[in-house]
Design a protein around this ligand. Structure first.
Ligand code: FAD
Length: 398
């Protein structure tokens, strides 16, 4: 069985819904979104859930609530794409064909990517803000920790919101400072990168923030395995080759990430890409292999920081270029790599990092020095950004 739509979108997450809403506002009539989930998450809030500043329920809405009116919701999962036949295979066994395809199924969390991580997760002081059900456990663990060793880990390779592994570290440390137990806790941060952040001006600030709380920062380092029963992990410094066994009482772990396995098997992928991301032109977001296909969000190989903020700028580009291509032309949509990462540096402050492909700072707040921590944390991250997301971005208005 096969059904045809003019525009098919795979994924009803931040990217898929934003693009669908914008397409409808641009006059597209025949749009379908393939999305298996009944709910839609605003994932940036999970940082605040883990840090005890928001409730998990605030981050979720029914999928039917966010699906734009006039768009067909195909309540199914894509399992394959045949770009030669302009068709998408669904898990149910049916096939959908398209004139234009927009690929946006997000990123895959590889909980088995570190031996022992999947077994340890959710038990004995181990949690992760990268999952709706695990983020509340982070807050339980933060409150329970009064002494011992707390580890905050970031895996190697591209991940969504590369700032999130540090955000929770500072929220937790600030809570321990308030509780008067900060100095009783050994705080270890394990980062695969040579610095705290890709943009120097903000990396320098984060060096000071980490020092302020007394973090031991292990750069160029990765966790190679975990033993949940023994509450230990093996850490390797990729520069020196040294390894050490690190005992922990609390560990905030972020899983390694990649393109979804089924997407990585399609011919839309650059075979040279080690993580299986879809190959797109980084400015037009059009497939470099099949001109009828576009991609945005966490699933592509465009070298921007994988964030919802990037999607806000990518969505109008994709819509312009898809609409123009349907008329036989070439769209003017051009994405410059803009991304934003609001790094919570305490329970009240944040560092609003905005930058482009060339890692040039791109501050957007008038009259605010974004090169330093700003104190409008509650209003901005807890109230302002979620409102921007639910009420404007997902409705295709910004
Ligand atoms: C802890 C955390 C903190 C973050 N903080 C920030 C932040 O402060 N600022 C920021 O801008 N971004 C932040 N992000 C990143 C942001 O949430 C993601 O970049 C964004 O959600 C990616 O959008 P997406 O549409 O590509 O993927 P998603 O929003 O993950 O959506 C993917 C959708 O595809 C669906 N799907 C999956 N498989 C299939 C399939 N086979 N067929 C069809 N559909 C499928 C899923 O059900 C889902 O609905 C954070 C993320 C996390 C986890």
């Amino acid at each position: 069985m096969s059904t045809h739509y003019q525009i098919v979108i795979i994924g009803g997450g931040s990217a898929g819904i934003t693009v669908a809403a914008r397409l409808k506002r641009s006059g597209a009539r025949d749009v379908a979104v393939i999305e298996p989930s009944d709910v839609h998450y605003y994932q940036p809030l999970w940082t605040l859930v883990g840090g005890g500043r928001a409730k998990d329920a605030e981050s979720v809405r029914p999928m039917a609530w966010v699906m734009p009116r006039g768009v067909t919701w195909i309540h199914d999962a894509a399992s394959g794409i045949d770009p030669e036949a302009n068709s998408v295979q669904l898990a149910s066994g049916t096939t959908v064909t398209y004139d234009r395809l927009i690929v946006a199924p997000g990123i895959q969390l590889n909980w088995n990517g570190i031996p022992g991580l999947a077994d340890a997760m959710g038990k004995d002081g181990v949690s992760s803000n990268y999952d709706y059900y695990l983020a509340p456990k982070t807050w339980e663990n933060v409150q329970r920790t009064r002494s011992g060793t707390a580890v905050f880990h970031m895996p190697a390779g591209p991940i969504k919101c590369a700032g999130a592994p540090q955000k929770i570290a500072y929220l937790a440390a600030d809570f321990w400072r308030e509780q008067g137990v900060l100095d009783n806790i050994r705080k270890v941060m394990i980062l695969p990168t040579p610095g705290m952040f890709g943009v120097k001006v903000w990396s320098d600030v984060l060096v000071d923030v980490a020092a302020r709380y007394g973090f031991e920062v292990h750069l160029n380092s990765v966790v190679t395995s975990m033993d949940g029963a023994a509450n230990t992990m093996e850490v390797k410094n990729n520069e020196t080759g040294e390894t050490q066994t690190l005992p922990y009482n609390f560990a905030h772990m972020v899983p390694p990430q990649s393109a979804p396995d089924w997407l990585a098997k399609t011919s839309l992928v650059d075979p040279a890409s080690p993580f299986g991301y879809m190959a797109v032109d980084k400015h037009t977001l059009q497939s470099t292999i099949y001109p009828e296909v576009f991609g945005l969000g966490d699933c592509t190989n465009s070298p921007n920081s994988k964030t919802g903020a990037a999607i806000r700028k990518q969505a109008p580009v994709v819509v312009d270029n898809v609409m123009a291509s349907l008329k036989g032309g070439v769209g003017a949509g051009h994405y410059d790599g803009y991304a934003s990462c609001p790094i919570t540096t305490s329970r009240k402050k944040l560092l609003l990092c905005e930058f482009d492909y060339d890692l040039n700072p791109r501050p957007s707040l008038k009259g605010v020095n974004q090169m330093k921590e700003i104190t409008d944390f509650n209003r901005f991250k807890k109230v302002g950004l979620p409102r921007l997301y639910w009420d404007l971005m997902l409705k295709g208005r910004v």
